[in-house]
Design a protein around this ligand. Structure first.
Ligand SMILES: [Zn+2]
Length: 134
């Protein structure tokens, strides 16, 4: 009996994963993920997530951030893309500011910023300035 491979719980979001499309090996243990986003988030801080293989270990970590926009006009598109991301609970655009509520358990600020930049928005401060901030 191999309990390890039968318990395919995504350690980031807690979903039960039935296929092996997104996996990684950390300290000899194979972890399964529901999406590329969860896998990328795990790889940002594997030690934070590796112990959370049981459902009771999965707890929300609500965060709120204000991002300032330097340039870029695609705000509606950006809001749509962010709302489609797992872990983003609310987003409000106002002049040159984006107010974002998210669950650090499921998504990091650097992932959110990468999505904003992919939509054509440049943020004040830039990605590297906030890199250390999850
Ligand atoms: Zn997931």
């Amino acid at each position: 009996m191999n309990a390890r491979t039968q318990t395919q719980r995504d350690p980031v979001c807690g979903m039960t994963v039935s296929d092996g499309a997104h996996t990684t090996v950390y300290h000899g243990v194979t972890f399964h993920f529901c999406s590329a986003q969860c896998l990328a988030h795990f790889l940002e801080a594997p030690a934070l997530f590796a112990g959370a293989v049981r459902g009771e270990d999965i707890r929300a970590m609500p965060k709120r951030r204000l991002l300032r926009i330097a340039t870029g006009a695609a705000l509606d598109e950006t809001c749509r893309r962010l709302q489609a991301m797992m872990g983003v609970s609310a987003i409000r655009a106002e002049a040159d500011r984006l107010h974002i509520d998210y669950d650090l358990r499921r998504v990091s600020l650097s992932q959110i910023e990468a999505e904003i930049q992919a939509a054509g928005i440049v943020l004040k401060g830039g990605l590297h300035a906030l890199r250390r901030s999850l």
